[in-house]
Ligand binder design. Sequence first.
Ligand code: GAR
Length: 215
Amino acid sequence: MPMRIAVCISGRGSNLVALVTALGPDAPARVVLVLSNRASAPGLEYARARGIATAVLVAPSDGAEWLGRLSEAKVDLIVLAGFLRLVPSAVIAHYRDRIINIHPALLPSFGGPGMYGHRVHEAVLAGGVQETGATVHLVDEEYDRGATLGQIRVPVHGGDTPDTLAERVLQAEHRLLPAAVLAAARAGRPVPFALDRSDPPEAQTSGKNSVCHAP
Ligand code: GAR
């Protein structure tokens, strides 16, 4: 039986698209529910067009509403993919170690409350670092604090703007998130992982701490 995945989004949903695309019919995981705190999130339309159940949370801070939706869909694993609200503590408690998030930087750097989307890339450029990336980590009660499961490194180029950097990091996210979900599905729970040999050579693991490199 494939692992049943709920993906939580607040907007565009390009990571959702990358995940659904990567999970073919024979994959050990399947997206069975897309949850959003915003009825206008474009990713919801993508899901509906593919026959994936969707739900808009009426009260995103109400754990009971989440738990009702998740149990109805028999969800095994929750994936936050551009979900910009704190998950209610009742949901964290019920799905402890079964919730993962993708963050567009190398945590623990450039994470925490208020650090999402373009703000992250603006902070990276303001920080003058030469390397950024993306992180998949377990979700606990605090923003961006749970254990890191896998990362991919992305260079910062001279002349980068928040837009150009965001785009380069996003391409890397689109490889990292499916790898995280497939590793979780094979293990039966989220586990540390590295991109495998079928990924482009430049994305393969450095062999250290599950950190991979992107162009
Ligand atoms: C992604 O870059 C994701 O890492 C980021 O929001 C974007 C969503 O894009 N998440 C955070 O910043 C969470 N702190 P998408 O809707 O196209 O997948």
